[in-house]
Design a protein around this ligand. Structure first.
Ligand code: URA
Length: 211
């Protein structure tokens, strides 16, 4: 039987000595630091301006992102785009990435259903996120959802209690967590979705004010 590394990590794949964004992306394309690469189509690395003042961190690529190789291009990404525009943040001037760079999924019939990455998978991928943060050095870092927030702000962090306000962190001058846009897509009815989307936009406006 094949044995797995006790502590899988992307660390051996991250280029040492101040890589460029392009070098990081190329190296990440060949990452086999944990098992998630086995079932994914490709690595979905972060995307955006290397001098971006704001970085958004989601959970992991979904089906559309896995196929296209780009973060936040599916339904959640489209909702994010609309909310950013409403909040006055230009996505072209942001950097968008995920805590985990490979799509984790389970089959359901012919469909590939999102499966939540576990703590070991998130930790394994963390060297890529750290490399992105230290290269971009964003003024503002925004965690989208509990997975990103807990990966970056600790497992006790509660988005429900602390969303929409800056929290002390050494990661960036301004660090804020809010809900994940896919949570808005799962709202039980149109009224709830509308209300929660407005709250999401309000959280993004807090970020827009410091950019
Ligand atoms: N959800 C995420 O967290 N990231 C993506 O890139 C897409 C959906």
């Amino acid at each position: 039987m094949a044995t797995r590394e006790p502590h899988p990590s992307a660390a051996p794949f991250v280029p040492a000595a101040r890589p460029t964004l392009q070098q990081l992306r190329q190296a990440a394309a060949g990452c086999t630091g944990c098992h998630l690469y086995e079932c994914a189509t490709q690595t979905v690395f972060g995307e955006g301006d290397a001098r971006a003042r704001v970085m958004f961190v989601g959970e992991q690529p979904g089906n559309d992102e896995d196929l296209s190789g780009r973060p936040f291009v599916g339904p959640a990404g489209k909702l994010l785009d609309r909310a950013l525009e409403e909040a006055g943040i230009d996505r072209r001037q942001a950097y968008v990435t995920n805590a985990v760079k490979h799509f984790k999924w389970e089959p359901r019939g012919k469909r590939r259903i999102h499966a939540k990455p576990n703590a070991a998978e998130i930790a394994a991928c963390r060297p890529w996120l750290d490399a992105e943060i230290s290269l971009i050095q964003p003024t503002a870092l925004v965690c989208l959802g509990a997975t990103a927030a807990q990966a970056l702000l600790g497992p006790r962090f509660r988005v429900t209690q602390e969303r929409g306000r800056f929290v002390p962190s050494s990661l960036a001058q301004y660090v804020l967590a809010t809900v994940h846009p896919s949570a808005l897509l799962r709202a039980p009815d149109e009224e709830t979705r509308h209300r929660e989307t407005q709250r999401f936009v309000d959280d993004l406006r807090v970020v827009a004010e410091v950019l």
